[in-house]
Structures are given as C-alpha cells and as structure tokens.
Design a protein around this ligand. Structure first.
Ligand code: ACO
Length: 334
C-alpha cells in the first residue's frame, strides 16, 4: 500500500458576513448569549444565487492551484455535503465538470460534519491501493439555505463555506497514519432535515410545517459530541502507534467552543495546539475542518513532519478522526 497525503489545500467562504448583532433585529437573542453559549461571533452566508457547488468549485480551484495540478490529472472528485445543489445529480459531478476534471469519477458522500474525514478516508484508499493517483476531496456546505430562520436555537449556529484537499502518494511514513470512523443511526433524528426525501416527500404540508429545515436536539448532540471527539482522537492515535504527547496540532470540528474545550480537556492536550476559528465562521459542517486546516497552513502553523489530528462528529450520527504526518511533497514516480 502506498502512503497518501495532502499535497494541495484550499478554501472559500462567501463574502457576506452576518454578525450576532444582525440576529438581534429579528430574533429574541443577543450577541452576548450567542458568544457565551457557542463562541460564535459571525458567520459567512451565501448569496441567493450561490449554491454549494459554487463554494466547492472555488475551494477545489484553489486546492488544485496549490498542488500545481491540472484538472485533467484528477482521477476522482468526492464532495462531502449535506446541502447538495440537488437531491440528484451529485454535486461532485457538477463541480468536476466546472473544474474541467474530465477524466475524473465523481460522487457525493454524506456524513454530516464528519464528511471531510470520511472523504479523505475514502479517497486515500483509492490512492493507497494504486487504483488512482490524484483524488480531490471537498467538504462544502450552504447550510444557510436549509435553516429555520425563526428558530433561535439552531439558526445562530451555522455558516456557509468549502474546503478542499488534493490527495496523492507521498514519501513512506508521511501522510495519513490512521483513521477512526464510526456511526450510530439510533441517534439519526437528533439532527436532521426531515422532509424532501423518500420518507417524507415534499408537499404543501411539509413546507407549512417547516420540515425542510434543519432540526436539532441541541443538548443531546452536545453530550454525544464531547464524548466522541475525545474517544475518537484517542483511538486514532493508538491505531497510528502514537500518543497525545505526539500531537503538534489538533483540528477539531468547529461546532461550539464549549464542545471543543470539553473535548480538549478530556483528551488532555495543551489548548495552544488546538485550532479554533468558529468565532469567524460558525459551524460549517463538512467544510469546518478543511477550512481550519487551510487557514492553519496559510498562517504558518503547520510545518513538514508535524503530527496533525483532525476529528469531527455530525448527523448520522457519525464521527471520524484521522492522524496526518504533514508533507505536501507528492511522490508520483511509482
Ligand atoms: N438566544 C437566546 N436564548 C436562546 C437561544 C438564542 N439563540 N437559543 C436557545 N435559547 C434559550 C433556550 O430557549 C433556553 O431557554 P429556557 O431555559 O427559557 O427554555 C435557554 O436558552 C437554554 O437553552 P439550552 O438549549 O439549554 O442552551 P444550551 O446551553 O444547551 O446551548 C446549544 C444550546 C448552543 C445549541 C448547545 O446545546 C449546543 O451547542 N449543542 C450542540 C449543537 C451542535 O454542535 N450541533 C451541530 C453538530 S453536528 C453538525 O455540525 C451538523
């Protein structure tokens, strides 16, 4: 099996910023409540014309440029999202077409906020086995399109954006050292968009009842998140033969600062090794981890050989963690 790493990375968030103060104009909420309960100060919101494929396209373009790879070289495009442009066709097909990745297979993957971790775990298998050399994994969401803007317990939490990574073979011993993925469908309806699928097809009644919007049992998701973030990180480090002392950087899913803090405490690592950007973006679901990774790299916080743990949780319920020994140098000669 070949070692596989991230040789290019990029991200994109829409221009429009919505602050907590903006919510005060139409909801019974406050900047103070939102910051103290979540850590979120603002989020980026896609325009009316913009869909998730637009965000994914921009992120994918940047990742390919960063990797200095032509779109024709891409063998597979995976888009992780719960807010696809359409129920079908797959958003990945639309994004691949727009990027000019005409030699690529494409599919969407749905694992909520764990989507990017599921995506790199899936994509890297194709490269590790030698079936493909170049896989583009994009985590993107336009959650603003599926929020109930009169539900103060959910609409203040989320934002829009996309992050992308190019996977290729790398030097042995570098790249992904382990994955830990899991799911528990018994908690599936704790976080869902109930209508629009085959269980509850769209009708006037589903629209009237707001069933096409995101619904969440916040407290239950909170408890689940704190437990699995710590546990998945510990398990993935064990699989990689490493311990928490080896971590140079932790990139957690950016849902709520209280969840991140509790998970970090449970894990017992220094907070200065933890990337937090949820204050600027809110929870971007599958986009949160790759956007945070991209920002960390651009800010000079990641150097060759660093051990990075990425960990997320989300609807499904799902969770996922991976350990990455950082290098951006591809090894394409075998
Ligand atoms: N502004 C003001 N008050 C509010 C707001 C708001 N925006 N939202 C809720 N409240 C009120 C509630 O109505 C409640 O009032 P009551 O006591 O009179 O009934 C009070 O604040 C406390 O509400 P709680 O739900 O207990 O607040 P909590 O501290 O649990 O915070 C939160 C709520 C932020 C949603 C928290 O439970 C949470 O973060 N859960 C996890 C959410 C999450 O991570 N989701 C995404 C995971 S997966 C994915 O990313 C797709």
């Amino acid at each position: 099996m070949r070692s596989v790493g991230i040789v290019g990375i990029g991200s994109y968030v829409p221009e429009t910023v919505m602050t907590n103060k903006d919510f005060e104009e139409f909801l019974d909420t406050s900047d103070e409540w939102i910051i103290s309960r979540t850590g979120i100060k603002q989020r980026h919101i896609a325009s009316k014309e913009m869909s998730v494929s637009d965000l994914c396209y921009q992120a994918g373009l940047k990742a390919l440029a960063d990797a200095q790879i032509a779109p024709e070289e891409v063998d597979l495009v995976i888009v992780a999202t719960v807010t696809p442009d359409y129920a079908f066709p797959a958003t990945a097909c639309l994004v691949a077409d727009r990027l000019g990745a005409r030699n690529a297979a494409s599919f969407d993957l749905e694992a909520g906020c764990s989507g990017f971790i599921y995506g790199v775990a899936t994509g890297s298998q194709f490269v590790a086995t030698g079936l493909y050399k170049t896989v583009l994994v994009i985590g993107g969401e336009a959650l603003s399109k599926v929020l109930n803007w009169s539900d103060r317990s959910t609409c203040i939490l989320f934002g829009d954006g996309a992050g992308a990574a190019v996977l290729q073979p790398v030097e042995d011993g570098y790249g992904f050292l382990g994955f830990e993925l899991g799911s528990d469908g018994s908690g599936g309806l704790l976080l869902s968009q109930p209508a629009g699928g085959s269980k509850c097809p769209a009708s006037l009644e589903t629209v009237e009842k707001n069933l096409h919007t995101l619904q969440m049992e916040g407290k239950e998701v909170y408890k689940f998140a704190v437990r699995v973030m710590g546990d998945a990180s510990v398990k993935v480090l064990e699989k990689a033969g490493l311990s928490k002392e080896d971590i140079d950087l932790l990139v957690p899913h950016q849902a709520n600062i209280r969840i991140v803090d509790a998970a970090v405490k449970r894990l017992g690592i220094s907070p200065d090794k933890v990337i937090v950007n949820l204050d600027k973006y809110g929870n971007m679901s599958a986009a949160s981890i790759p956007v945070a990774l991209d920002e960390s790299f651009k800010a000079g916080r990641i150097k060759e050989g660093d051990i990075i743990v990425m960990v997320g949780f989300g609807t499904g319920l799902t969770w996922g963690a991976c350990v990455l020994k950082w290098t951006k140098v591809g090894k394409m000669d075998d």
